[in-house]
Design a protein around this ligand. Structure first.
Ligand SMILES: Cc1cc2nc3c(=O)[nH]c(=O)nc-3n(C[C@H](O)[C@H](O)[C@H](O)COP(=O)(O)OP(=O)(O)OC[C@H]3O[C@@H](n4cnc5c(N)ncnc54)[C@H](O)[C@@H]3O)c2cc1C
Length: 466
């Protein structure tokens, strides 16, 4: 069941401080209007892909009979695994699909930023996992312990061997808590929290709300990052929160990043965003990697790569710290046979077909796949039909006809009520730039992020309408 109380919420387009004064909730009618805009966005963003997948996903009854004889196993039942399972079930009703997923409660992770910003409550990002399966999709409530692709089977933690003809791997990526010394202990202290976990996202909200001034320090890690815009977004929203509270002149907002600029993912957007945040007085520090946290002196310890290539230690005192460790994939993937050297434990995928580079009956979806695309749910919307189409092509004896072109998206929440909406490809070129107005802060895309995207995720993607 979706726990949404949008209609009771204050107007989330405003800074929460002025929200408290205004108390003007968004009406259902207004919300529907935005969903309408959103549908337009889906139409624009999705059209090109849809026609590309048409042939493979329009299955004749003879082809469907062939597909129904095949046993599909999906490892990981989040947005990646479930969207593939649902899309497949819609293409071939009655297909034999098993999803292996241990969680009983599903987390809508793209909502964590809004929890950290006080726009969503915890309940807004939780779904009953059971309610997310299309009828006919089987659920094994367990962990994958090992992949055995030579024998076409998966071993679960309880010791069950689950055979498959086709396997789709969507285990996601998680923060590597060992990549920053003393991180676990620091997260227990009253000055440290981040938005990459629901509990700490709620804690961050409380800390930001009670903050009375001092040094607020945000960090960005090396390597691949789940939603590469989220650490920036929470720093920008926090700055706006403190501005709204009237304490901005008492706060130094520092953003320490391993990268060379604020939003390197899309240079054209970086050209807009970087001056925008610098005008607001955010202090950017490039080429810095968080290494350790000293909680006794409230100091974040960084390694800075200097211009001459040397490395030096930089220490930064904090009164509020939003630390970001680097990411890795779950153990059965990073230590198993489906990864390879040089890709940080990710699933070894052909970036266009999403097929495993060694095992042709194995595909990778979402964050865990080493495609070079952004690690966002928006990516999955484009990948899922490619994977389903290619599996069907293989089963019916066609060459694979579907190619993923790296399309992804990221709503950059620059301040309360404002968003720069982006969609881009492998080459980091903006897509549908005119439609999204991707180099401008707009109110409409903020509202779409807050009111529309969760519905798109829950009712469109997870129901297989991609
Ligand atoms: C703070 C934050 C903000 C974000 N903002 C956005 C945004 O604005 N827009 C956007 O599009 N995306 C955003 N994202 C990214 C988005 O949430 C991810 O890209 C998406 O969840 C990836 O889906 P996935 O299915 O690949 O992996 P996940 O959603 O991470 O799911 C992996 C699944 O695998 C399961 N699993 C793990 N190990 C095992 C195992 N051994 N056996 C079986 N199952 C296992 C897990 O329980 C989980 O259900 C954000 C993420 C975060 C954290």
């Amino acid at each position: 069941m979706e726990h949404s109380n949008d209609s009771k919420k204050p107007d989330s387009a405003t800074n929460p401080e002025s929200e408290k004064k205004q108390k003007n909730g968004i009406s259902r009618r207004q919300a529907l209007k935005y969903i309408g805009y959103g549908t337009g966005a889906i139409a624009v963003g999705g059209t090109g892909g849809f026609y590309g997948y048409r042939r493979s996903l329009q299955v004749s009854s003879a082809e469907a009979d062939l597909v129904r004889k095949v046993k599909f196993v999906v490892a990981g039942g989040s947005i990646g695994g479930l969207t593939v399972a649902a899309r497949l079930m819609r293409a071939v009703p009655g297909a034999d699909i098993t999803v292996i997923e241990p969680r009983e409660i599903h987390h809508y992770q793209p909502g964590y930023t809004l929890v950290g910003a006080g726009v969503y409550n915890k309940e807004d990002v939780l779904f009953d996992q059971k309610s997310l399966f299309l009828p006919g999709v089987k659920w094994v409530k367990d962990y994958v312990e090992a992949f055995e692709p030579e024998d076409n089977r998966v071993i679960t933690r309880s010791g069950e061997a689950i055979p498959y003809d086709y396997l789709v791997v969507g285990l996601g990526v998680v923060t590597n808590m060992d990549s920053v010394e003393n991180l676990r202990e620091a997260l227990e202290t009253p000055h440290v929290a981040n938005i990459y976990n629901l509990e700490t996202a709620e804690k961050f909200r409380r800390l930001a709300d009670r903050f009375e001034g001092g040094k607020a320090v945000f960090t960005y890690p090396p390597g691949y990052v789940k939603c590469g815009g989220a650490p920036q977004k929470i720093s920008w929203l926090s700055e706006d929160l403190w501005r709204g509270k009237g304490i901005r002149d008492k706060v130094d907002v520092h953003f320490y990043t391993e990268r060379h600029t604020v939003f390197p993912a899309i240079p054209k957007v970086d050209d807009v965003v970087r001056p925008l945040v610098e005008e607001r007085g955010l202090l950017n520090h490039f080429h810095h990697t968080l290494k350790a946290i000293d909680t006794s002196t409230r100091t974040a310890i960084f390694e800075e790569k200097t211009e001459n290539g040397s490395v030096r230690e930089v220490r930064q005192r904090y009164d509020l710290l939003h630390p970001m460790p680097s990411f890795h994939t779950p153990k059965p993937l990073r230590e198993g046979p489906l990864t390879r050297e040089g890709i940080g434990g990710q699933f070894s995928a052909d970036r266009h077909t999403l097929q495993h580079t060694k095992y042709p009956n194995v595909f990778g979806v979402g964050d865990n796949a080493a495609t070079g695309a952004a690690k966002t749910a928006a990516t999955i919307r484009k990948q899922a039909p490619v994977i389903v189409g290619n599996m069907i092509d293989m089963i019916v004896g066609r060459d694979m006809q579907n190619k993923y072109n790296g399309e992804s998206g990221c709503p950059l929440l620059t301040r309360y009520g404002r968003c720069i909406m982006t969609e881009f490809d492998f080459d980091r070129n903006l897509q549908n730039e005119w439609f999204y107005q991707s180099t401008r802060e707009t109110r409409i895309w903020w509202d779409f992020k807050v009111h529309g995207l969760k519905r798109l995720y829950r009712h469109v993607m997870i129901n297989g309408y991609v």
